[in-house]
Design a protein around this ligand. Sequence first.
Ligand code: NDP
Length: 454
Amino acid sequence: MTDYDYDLFVIGAGSGGVRASRMAAGYGARVAVAEERYLGGTCVNVGCVPKKLLVCASAFADHYREASGFGWTAGQPAFDWGQLIANKNREIERLNGIYRGLLDSAGVELFEGRARLLDPHTVEIDAGGASESRVTADQILIAVGSWPDMPPIPGIEHAISSNEAFYLERLPERVAVVGGGYIGVEFAGIFAGLGSRVTLVYRGPLFLRGFDEEIRAHLAEEMRVRGIDLRLESRVESIEKTAGNDDRLRLHLDDGGTVDCGEVLYATGRRPLVADLGLENCGVALGEQGEIVVDEFSCSNVPNIWAIGDVTDRLNLTPVAIHEAMCLSRTLFAGEPTPVDHEAVATAVFSQPPLAAVGLTEEEARARYGDVDVYRSRFRPLKLTLTDNRERTLVKLIVDRSSGRVLGAHMLGADAPEIIQGLAVAVKMGATKDDFDAAMAIHPTSAEEFVTLR
Ligand code: NDP
């Protein structure tokens, strides 16, 4: 116990902040958390959760098309964007309530307002109007996340980010998506599945830089089959507002081409939300992207100020922020200094078809280990054999030749995220190709390919 009001004050009640607050309180710490926007942060409100619901919605287009192959006949399906968004909003509100309940039952005090550091132990919370309070804390955790970042090209004010895409009043007939990261690729699939005509503009030769090259090349093929217009090696120079009704915007590309659309979604990365937190009052060091620089325990250069999640720009994924939160709580309040392990983190892109991976790509493995064996299988999933969907699944294992250890597992195809999550346990434990082969297959599945690769 200290003379401060709290043992831990957390700024930001997103995935990382909420987990750290609850866990620290569970260890007996007196904890408060401040949130100025929405409980649950980006993931719950304008990220993972609503995104996955929209992905599920758009997948019905395939299900309806494929049903006739199995003898089903139904009327012409119709889609209502307004109903989807209203249902999604209701679910998000329910989750906000759950987060509030979780904090409450853990005994964490919630301040709804904007928090700012006055010095390394004093926080001022502005809850709007005249209401302002000051509290002190022994330890401070910054878990404020990140915010969409757009390049300052002419007409950028006409673009929306993923934040607004979740609340569009109507589904645009034509959408342009700029950026080839997780968000751009996922939203391109969502809009295309729901019936919009989609153009994806990416500045490099192939999107999803950092993922296995063969897997993303296969995804590019499948997206083209689904009618998505991929403009690679292409940059938007300006966005013009036109007189059109449905297509009210025109993108001017650097190759002289244009793209007409009703909405342009910019998904060109996110930046740490560090502005106006009072970090300068404490001397907290920032990196080149404005991220809070932390060590492997998530400690900044100021010994009692810690940071986790997107604001540290390490691996910007919800489960990673949650893991960082758990390590930090142990370090601070359980007497177990726990560094964060960022190796072999499984991840998925909820594209259509989805992509998932754990461990090294073929390119990374060759660079790091030299001799690697690559096993792959490309096949038409059994379910699609009765349909006219020609989609093919690709699975791939990267194996260190000298030790036989599986360095990476990659998949593009239905259920890839569900399958790779299980394999991540094996890869993280250091399983070898022989271990994989010793596991009997579950037949008939797509997952069995991973234990029968020759
Ligand atoms: P990413 O950083 O993943 O991708 C940004 C994309 O925009 C890249 O293709 C990049 O190109 C391109 N880009 C960057 N700057 C410009 C520019 N000035 N002009 C044109 N293109 C540009 O960001 P996202 O916005 O897609 O996602 C943000 C974060 O959210 C990611 O870090 C991800 O970790 C997380 N996320 C995770 C999801 C999941 O787990 N399924 C889902 C959604 C988001 P280049 O490749 O050349 O740099």
